[in-house]
Design a protein around this ligand. Structure first.
Ligand SMILES: O=c1ccn([C@@H]2O[C@H](COP(=O)(O)O)[C@@H](O)[C@H]2O)c(=O)[nH]1
Length: 236
């Protein structure tokens, strides 16, 4: 069985897609105790964000490093070992078998959980086809989840619209983490496979990643509370 999520706030992961540590510090301070789990990707990570990740972790927050690693096995394993030493809770790799195996080896006995990114939520059938894949989004997700399961991966990143089929293919073990979450009325931006927080949780997502609907809101704490309320309603 995959571990139940104990603190409901751990269901919500806010993507700190911001250009400086100062901007991230200010957002985290505005969100206060409403949010406890943060994701750091390229934008903040390449602007000093790993030092900030260390501070968040020291402050008792959970951190997800979303660099979507994909390289030769040795490089992936060593990079993941560094993320494990940092104290990150989650880290992503692309769902290629060699990469997933290397990441699982690199994390060793640490509590870091490796999440395999199946098909990006900004991709539809046309984007996948343009990238050279003949299979559909659903077929590609299914194939990658089957491979991830065989390797014993810790979790999957997929669109909320894929969550139910991913859970069926993944079995009870492994976390399902869904970006592409959009509360009703919010702008989809470049996301193509989206669902509301309520629908994502009902479809079986364990954790929702939310960026712009909270980060770009005039009142981020109120936007986060609204997402948490939807999560609670979906779980009730
Ligand atoms: O398939 C994926 C994998 C990762 N992401 C990341 O999640 C957030 C989503 O941000 P929004 O502003 O809520 O769209 C972003 O950091 C992506 O890098 C994803 O969107 N899709």
């Amino acid at each position: 069985m995959h571990a139940p999520v104990p603190d409901p706030r751990d269901r919500l992961i806010v993507a700190l897609d911001l250009s400086s540590v100062g901007a991230a510090e200010s957002l985290v301070s505005r969100l206060g105790d409403t949010v406890n789990f943060y994701k750091i990707g390229y934008e903040l990570g390449f602007a000093g964000g790993l030092g900030f990740a260390r501070e968040l972790i020291a402050d008792g927050r959970k951190v997800f490093i979303d660099f979507k690693l994909h390289d030769i096995g040795n490089t992936v394993a060593r990079g993941v070992a560094s993320l494990a030493a940092l104290g990150a809770s989650f880290a992503t790799v692309h769902a290629y078998p060699q990469t997933m195996r290397a990441a699982m080896e690199g994390k060793g006995a640490s509590p870091l959980r490796i999440l395999a990114v199946t098909v990006l939520t900004s991709y539809d059938e046309g984007d996948l086809n343009e990238a050279g894949y003949a299979a559909s989004v659903a077929e590609t997700v299914a194939r990658r989840v089957a491979q991830a399961r065989a390797i014993g991966i810790d979790g999957i990143v997929c669109a909320p619209t894929d969550a139910a089929s991913v859970r069926a293919a993944l079995g009870p073990r492994g976390a399902i983490v869904t970006p592409g979450v959009r509360p009703d009325g919010s702008d989809a931006g470049d996301q193509k496979r989206i669902a509301t927080p309520f629908a994502a949780i009902r479809a079986g997502a364990d954790h929702l990643v939310v960026g712009r609907p909270i980060v770009a809101s005039p009142d981020p704490a109120a936007a986060a509370r609204a997402v948490l309320a939807e999560i609670a309603r979906a779980l009730s």
